[in-house]
Design a protein around this ligand. Structure first.
Ligand code: GSH
Length: 261
């Protein structure tokens, strides 16, 4: 309805209804009213709302989705959440597959990207795009930038999949010991890697960056279910430092109600 409201209103600044038939004027007013009502409903639902968000986030509140809401909040970018209820299988719908052929969340469409709408899937690619778009949370110098990219890749290939599998096997009503063991041990190894990396600085790539944002939500989710960070004090402090950031708290809250809908 946002598009309809703008599309049907004439462009003349002084008299917006000039040249329109009475029925067209009525219709234009109706479109504006629907748009206003829709904004009010969205705002009440607690979803992020601005006059014209151009970023559409296809989302469900899981660690991979929350990486993106945290980054959007950190960058203070306006965005619209489009729920994809993965518990109900909405990620497999034909329309969604056009956006994300891998049938997972998150996906992001930047309708205002240079050269036309840009459709992205894979949370690491989305984070990197937002860092490039805003120039935020990514070191500018070559070495710093590639440090951040290395850790984003590490998160995507290691922490995310391993924590996901470890939690999955632990959650089974009949746990599979060999699988639980394997992924729990691998998580311990990965926390060891982080513990050593955080020896020289407070964040993975030196300064707070997309690398930390990518890693945070999975470490948080794992620690909630399998508390082990007392063995990794630097990782524990890193988690607390990031969790205390207001934008991170907003990002975790954003769209959380979708789970119960
Ligand atoms: N590598 C992907 C993984 C995405 C992913 O696994 N998303 C999960 C939610 S955290 C999902 O959509 N699961 C639904 C399914 O597997 O059908 C990314 O980082 O974007």
């Amino acid at each position: 309805m946002v598009v309809a409201g703008r599309f049907f209103l004439p462009q003349k600044a002084d008299d917006p209804t000039a040249g329109l038939l009475p029925a067209q004027i009525l219709f234009a007013r109706l479109c504006v009213k629907i748009e206003t009502d829709a904004c009010a409903i969205t705002a009440q639902a607690g979803l992020p709302m601005t006059a014209t968000p151009t970023l559409d986030l296809y989302f469900f509140p899981t660690p991979n989705g929350q990486k993106i809401t945290i980054m959007l909040e950190e960058c203070e970018l306006p965005y619209r959440i489009i729920p994809v209820h993965i518990g109900r299988g909405e990620q497999h719908q034909a329309d969604y597959l056009k956006i994300n052929p891998n049938n997972k969340i998150p996906s992001l469409v930047d309708r205002a990207a240079p050269g036309g709408p840009l459709t992205l899937f894979e949370s690491g690619a989305i984070l990197w795009y937002l860092a490039e778009k805003t120039g935020k949370f990514c070191p500018r110098d070559l070495h710093g930038r590639y440090d951040a990219l290395k850790w984003v890749m590490w998160q995507m290939s290691s922490i995310g999949p391993t924590a996901g599998q470890a939690l999955f096997f632990r959650g089974l009503s009949e746990p599979v010991a060999i699988a639980t063991d394997r992924f729990t041990k691998e998580m311990a190894r990965l926390f060891g890697v982080m513990e050593r990396a955080l020896g020289g600085h407070e964040y993975l790539a030196g300064e707070y960056s997309v690398a930390d944002i990518a890693t945070f939500s999975w470490v948080r989710a794992y620690e909630e279910r399998v508390p082990t960070l007392h063995e990794y004090p630097r990782v524990r402090d890193w988690l607390r430092r990031i969790a205390a950031r207001p934008a991170v708290q907003k990002g975790l809250e954003s769209g959380s109600e979708i789970r119960s809908k």
